[in-house]
Structures are given as structure tokens and as C-alpha cells.
Design a protein around this ligand. Structure first.
Ligand code: SF4
Length: 438
């Protein structure tokens, strides 16, 4: 073990034991090399402590944008399962949590539902919605439970000049030797591997197996394949560095070419081709005048500048949904459980089309066309879906959600009948019978 690694392990251990009233640690885990190294070192440092001292909770949080590259997504999913299982076996105070964007924030609901144009550098509407907000909500929830939290990041100074600058700048806010303030109130950042160089990082991962089992071979292969056969020590600096991921979303049009996807296909993952073609279609037609409305979503008319063009016209939204479903059907020949767009998103798209007065296209008939199924329009037309999703996120437990949802249904039934008579007593009766049930 090198002196650097020994030093980092002792720093982690010291910080872990630092508070009397331990603030939880939240590790942002992307499955990439940096957060893998970070989690591995944290794990090893804490495992060396006697069990009775492992009292501080460690939450490993991984965000799924729902448009992850499927190859990377399945690798991360398997890793998270291993981490959770081994944490229990080894009595580690670690739990794994997966976050996802809210339904109204998903890529498909915005692109195909609202007609937002594919993101680019001037209108990058996706990063907050898909990557930043879900994790931020998780951190905020933990802070509201316990008062403060420490976020562990795998940021490193040698990654790029920009990163180096941002790490350097943030040192102005240093409160102690190791922690700096996070932009969220009552949150602090601890970046224990910030001084590790990329070559040393790979060297370490090549030599030391993960404490959650297996080897890092799959991770190294993934980097090698996604970098066009290069040695994993070479970093692909063209992929967007939003969130923690080196591999952007498979739909990403902020980069000119998705080199990771192309390299995976070149390395034998041919079944990913329909996804690459779909992304290219998005890219090629983003600024196609025929595809975009004159009207922006706020009602103003725009003609002049391409950056002011409105959302996609209804016909193109419907067309893209069809092509997406065809791509999904195609990839399911190889990966039968792979879902590119989920059922809730399809329902939300239909609801959004109706809100936009789009009645000439229906999600059900597009789906039936592609899959040969017999869905009715009403199967994709649950007006309550957004409200239910928001309510679910706001409730702390399933029981809270169930009760409040039922009370809302009672209230709605009165509303539909344009008659509020007896609403209060109905609600009181329901709460009473519900509490007897518990
Ligand atoms: S990877 Fe691309 S599509 Fe995904 S959130 Fe980042 S900029 Fe948006």
C-alpha cells in the first residue's frame, strides 16, 4: 500500500470518528472510477474499526437518469446489488439508495410530452432535472431528518483545469482541515481522494479488488471499450461531465458525437445501434425549422432566431415517440427486459398532449402500431398521475401516502358532484376507520 493511500485511509478514519453526534455521510456513487475508488477507501477505512465504533450512517446514493446507457446502467445496477449485500454481511453501516427524476422532469416527458427541443449548450434543460435535483432532494431529506450531513465526493484535482480551479477556489471556504461548505445549507463536502492522480487511481484499482466482491475488471473493460479501445488510463474528455458520470445519457445531444456509445458498438455491442441512430436523429433535426412550432410554450410568437423557436410540433413529437418505441422493440430482441421509456412516462406524455390540446395523436395507437397490442386511449389517460407522484414523494411512509391519497379521492368525488356537503364528516370518518386499520 502506498503512503498516499495509507494517508487517505487515516484521514477517512479520523473524520469518521470526529463528531460525538455523527452527521451521516452521503457518498455520491456513479459507478465510475472516481466514486468507486472513494467508496472502496471509505469501506476499507471503516471496516478496520471495531464494530461498536461504526455508528455513523453512510448512504451510498446513485442517480438513475432513466436514460443511462443501458450497458453502463446494468453494470451499475449489479454493482449496487453487490454493495448492499456485502454491506449487510460485513456489518458495515452502509445502505444503498437509488434516486430518479420526478415524473414531470424525465427526459421523455419533457422532450416528447412538452416538446422541449433536444438539449444543447444554450438550452441545457436536462442536467438539473435529470441529475442534480433528484440527489439534492435526497440530501435535503437527510438534512431535515438529522440537521446536518457530510457529502463525500470523488472529485480530483488532476481531472481537468476547470475542476482543479473549482477545487482550489472552494478551499477558501475551508472550515476545518478537511470539510468545506456545500452550497446547500447545513451540508459539508469531504473529498478525500482529491489529490490522487489518474494513473495512480487506475494502478490501485488494478491491484486491489473491491471489498464488495469480484474484481474491477468489468469497470476497466467498460472504460476501455467506451474509449475506443484505448488504455483506461486515457480519459475521454469529450463526454459531458455533468453529474458525476463520465458516460453521458445515451440521448445526449450536448456533445457532437457520443464517442462512448460509438466505441461500445465498435467493440461488439451492435444491439445498441438503434439507440445511436435515435440520438443522431435528435441531433440532426434539433434545428430543423419544420420540426418546431412558431409558438413558444409561454404563448409568445417567435420567428427570427433559431434559439427562440418553439417546442416540437405535435406531429414530430408523435413521430419521435414511434421511432423510440421501434428502437425499444428492436433492442428487446437482445435484452428482453430493457425499457427505454416506461409506462408512467407514456401516461404522462398522453396527459401532457391533452393539456397542450393535442388530440390528433394518441399514445395508445402509436404503441399499438409498434407492438401490435390492443390498448385503449383510456389506458394512457390517468389525469391524476402527476399529483400522485408528487404526493408519494412528499409523504414519508407508504401509509401516509395511502391515507392522504384516499382523502383526496373523497374530496375529488365531492368536487365532481359539485357538492361539498358532508365532506368534513366523510374525511373524519375515513381517518377514524383508517387509524383502526393500523
Ligand atoms: S449527459 Fe447530456 S442529456 Fe444527460 S443530463 Fe448531461 S447534458 Fe443532459
Amino acid at each position: 500500500m502506498t503512503e498516499d493511500i495509507k494517508f487517505i485511509l487515516s484521514e477517512i478514519e479520523d473524520q469518521y470518528l470526529h463528531d460525538d453526534n455523527p452527521r451521516p455521510w452521503i457518498i455520491g456513487f456513479s459507478g465510475g472510477k472516481d466514486s468507486t475508488m472513494l467508496l472502496q477507501l471509505v469501506w476499507l477505512a471503516i471496516r478496520a474499526l471495531p464494530k461498536e465504533l461504526r455508528t455513523r450512517r453512510i448512504y451510498v446514493v446513485c442517480n438513475d437518469t432513466l436514460v443511462e446507457n443501458p450497458k453502463i446502467s446494468s453494470f451499475i445496477h449489479k454493482t449496487l446489488q453487490d454493495i448492499q449485500a456485502e454491506a449487510v454481511k460485513q456489518a458495515m453501516p452502509i445502505t444503498v439508495h437509488q434516486t430518479t427524476p420526478r415524473l414531470e422532469d424525465t427526459f421523455w416527458v419533457n422532450l416528447l410530452g412538452k416538446g422541449y427541443p433536444a438539449p444543447n449548450n444554450t438550452f441545457r434543460w436536462c442536467t438539473d432535472r435529470l441529475k442534480i435535483n433528484p440527489t439534492t432532494e435526497f440530501i435535503k431529506a437527510k438534512i431535515s431528518e438529522v440537521g446536518e450531513a457530510i457529502i463525500l465526493l470523488g472529485t480530483r484535482s488532476d481531472e481537468s483545469a476547470t475542476r482543479a480551479r473549482s477545487i482550489e477556489k472552494s478551499k477558501i471556504h475551508i472550515e476545518s482541515q478537511r470539510l468545506r461548505k456545500h452550497m446547500l445549507p447545513n451540508a459539508f463536502v469531504f473529498a478525500p481522494i482529491s489529490d490522487i492522480l489518474t494513473d495512480d487511481l487506475w494502478q490501485y484499482l488494478l491491484q486491489v479488488n473491491p471489498p464488495w466482491g469480484g474484481t474491477h475488471r468489468d469497470l476497466i473493460t467498460l472504460y476501455r471499450n467506451a474509449n475506443g479501445g484505448d488504455c483506461p488510463l486515457v480519459i475521454d474528455t469529450t463526454t459531458p461531465s455533468c453529474g458525476n458520470s463520465r458516460f453521458g445519457c445515451w440521448v445526449c445531444t450536448v456533445v457532437k458525437k457520443d464517442k462512448s456509445m460509438d466505441a461500445l458498438i465498435d467493440n461488439g455491442e451492435d444491439w445498441l445501434e438503434p439507440l445511436a441512430e435515435f440520438r443522431d436523429m435528435l441531433q440532426d433535426n434539433r434545428n430543423n425549422r419544420e420540426w418546431r412550432q412558431k409558438w413558444r410554450r409561454n404563448g409568445s410568437e417567435q420567428e427570427q432566431d433559431e434559439k427562440d423557436w418553439g417546442p416540437y410540433v405535435p406531429e414530430r413529437r408523435a413521430y419521435m415517440l414511434k421511432i423510440l418505441l421501434q428502437a425499444q422493440k428492436e433492442v428487446q430482441k437482445t435484452e428482453k427486459d430493457l425499457v427505454l421509456i416506461n409506462f408512467q412516462e407514456l401516461v404522462a406524455i398522453q396527459v401532457t398532449w391533452h393539456r397542450d390540446s393535442i388530440f390528433q395523436y394518441s399514445v395508445a395507437s402509436i404503441f399499438n402500431d409498434v407492438y401490435g397490442t390492443g390498448y385503449e386511449n383510456s389506458d394512457f389517460n390517468d389525469q391524476n398521475i402527476f399529483e400522485k407522484q408528487i404526493l408519494k414523494e412528499a409523504c414519508q411512509t407508504e401509509e401516509d401516502f395511502e391515507l392522504i391519497n384516499e382523502l383526496l379521492e373523497i374530496q375529488k368525488s365531492k368536487y365532481i358532484l359539485v357538492n361539498n356537503y358532508g365532506l368534513q364528516s366523510d374525511i373524519e370518518n375515513h381517518i377514524e376507520s383508517y387509524s383502526k386499520k393500523l
